[in-house]
Ligand binder design. Structure first.
Ligand SMILES: [Zn+2]
Ligand SMILES: [Zn+2]
Length: 334
């Protein structure tokens, strides 16, 4: 196999492109890196030259401090690295997230990073980019993963809040992307009360606002008396759901916003009373529909449940293989 893309290879540490002498989302500092998005398993600090969208670079600067070799490129603006032509297109995953189109030797390869097709008011939607090889994620690549409509999950959250005025709803949400998206969807649904944040979510939420994402009245909860938080919605990182910190809240209904909440067992393990299935990754239907829409000559599958998606592609007559990249954490920041 491998008739396409002999000029791109999966290494232990990420994807390496010899004719451009650059890495995509490398796990270690490299001389030249192209970064798809700001999640920690894709974006690390300390590269020599680092090319990404302005938003991704701003997220990296917030997390890792200034990156001296940073080079910002907007969506749709082609650029060259070595002998390779590259261009970023929206991936619809988190603010700044990009698919990277690489062109070399008359071939087009799209590295999608992480992506989704469902609506997200905090970032531009995924753009289908015709290509010979589509490199796709596979976080939720099993038929069991079907993400319900967002409105349904937001409705569950608002109903829970309305039904328990003496309590509060505490929602675990990842600091980059999920927290801000949840707030934006609540605003779309007409919820206009202040939304309170655990300190660990403040910095990136403020950055989203600075970059033009409107989130309404969002406040730190630190310093507020317990009674003032009755009937309110509070967001925290998932790790804070179970710790002592939550004792300062009025009898919280614990919720968690994640694609993993599709698995009841996962919700039970984490003591989540109100599982909200809200994912920033494509579900099985989106993954397979995207591949059908693009019609690539080959599919390469990265981090997640590679086998099922590889098998599905092959059953459709599309050559496919798994790229075994290390250090990708599907649990870390879904
Ligand atoms: Zn991601
Ligand atoms: Zn990822």
């Amino acid at each position: 196999m491998a008739s396409f893309g002999t000029w791109l290879r999966a290494e232990r540490d990420g994807i390496y492109c010899p004719p451009g002498d650059f890495w995509i989302d490398p796990g270690q500092p490299q001389t030249r890196a192209l970064i798809t998005h700001g999640h920690a398993d894709h974006a690390r600090g300390g590269h020599g030259m680092v090319v990404a969208t302005p938003e991704t670079l701003a997220i990296m600067a917030t997390r890792y401090g200034p990156q001296p070799g940073a080079k910002a490129v907007n969506y749709g603006d082609p650029f060259r690295v070595g002998d390779v032509r590259a261009c970023f297109y929206p991936a619809g995953h988190v603010l700044g997230s990009a698919q990277i189109l690489l062109e070399y030797a008359g071939e087009r390869i799209v590295v999608s990073g992480d992506y989704k097709r469902s609506p997200d008011p905090t970032c531009p939607p995924f753009v289908p980019v015709p290509c010979d090889v589509f490199i796709t994620e596979a976080t939720f690549a099993l038929p069991v993963f079907h993400h319900p409509p967002v409105e349904k999950e937001i409705g569950k959250l608002l109903d829970a809040r309305a039904s328990a005025p003496e309590r509060c709803v505490l929602v675990g949400a990842y600091a980059l992307g999920k927290a801000q998206r949840l707030i934006a969807h609540l605003r779309e649904a007409g919820y206009d009360r202040p939304i309170y944040l655990h300190g660990a979510l403040l910095q990136l939420t403020r950055l989203y606002e600075k970059l033009g994402v409107r989130l309404g009245d969002v406040q730190p909860m630190a310093g507020l008396p317990k009674a003032a938080l009755k009937g309110e919605i509070i967001l925290c990182p998932p790790s804070a759901l179970a710790d002592r910190w939550s004792r300062r809240l009025p009898d919280p209904i614990t919720a968690m916003a994640s694609g993993w909440m599709r698995l009841r067992q996962r919700a039970r393990q984490k003591n989540v009373e109100l599982p909200l299935i809200l994912s920033d990754h494509a579900d099985w239907g989106e993954l397979t529909a995207t591949i059908e829409e693009l019609g690539p000559a080959e599919v390469w599958v990265t981090h997640g449940r590679e086998e099922a998606l590889v098998h599905w592609c092959q059953s459709k007559g599309i050559p496919a293989r798994a790229l075994l990249l290390h250090g990708r954490e599907d649990e870390g920041e879904e």
